[in-house]
Design a binder for this molecule. Structure first.
Ligand code: 5GP
Ligand code: ZN
Length: 112
């Protein structure tokens, strides 16, 4: 389910500290350590898989719930006027952490 040598699994297990903003049994949201916008949260499933194309039924169930939870969590954490979601999949997109995550960006007007 979780992986021993994955930084986001370590954050989920509490072995690496993070600034948490939302947590339930399926997912954890915390602040990105190198924010690319005034508000930059990461939404991370509590299940280790790297790519959308690797999500099984349980992974897809969690991702679906995640999309339902994101708007309220984003608004509560400073994205009053909207937000942008980003998933980097694979090398060409610059994915650096191979545990699927959704970037939530906002808190200011965003350029494209
Ligand atoms: P990716 O490029 O894989 O889509 O994004 C990975 C993100 O994770 C980056 O924005 C990076 O700043 C963030 N990140 C990497 N390591 C840590 C960490 O230990 N703590 C937190 N809060 N964010 C991290
Ligand atoms: Zn992981």
């Amino acid at each position: 389910m979780l992986s021993d040598d994955c930084v986001f699994c370590k954050i989920i297990r509490g072995e690496i500290p993070s600034s948490k903003v939302y947590e339930d049994g399926d997912m954890l949201f915390f602040r990105d350590i190198e924010p690319k916008a005034k508000v930059h949260l990461l939404a991370v499933p509590k299940r280790h898989f790297a790519l959308l194309s690797e999500a099984d039924g349980e992974g897809m169930r969690i991702l679906s719930r995640m999309l339902a939870v994101i708007p309220e969590a984003a608004e509560k954490n400073g994205c009053k006027d909207g937000f942008r979601l980003v998933v980097n999949q694979g090398e060409a997109a610059g994915q650096t952490v191979r545990h699927l995550h959704v970037h939530i960006l906002g808190g200011e007007p965003l350029g494209w």
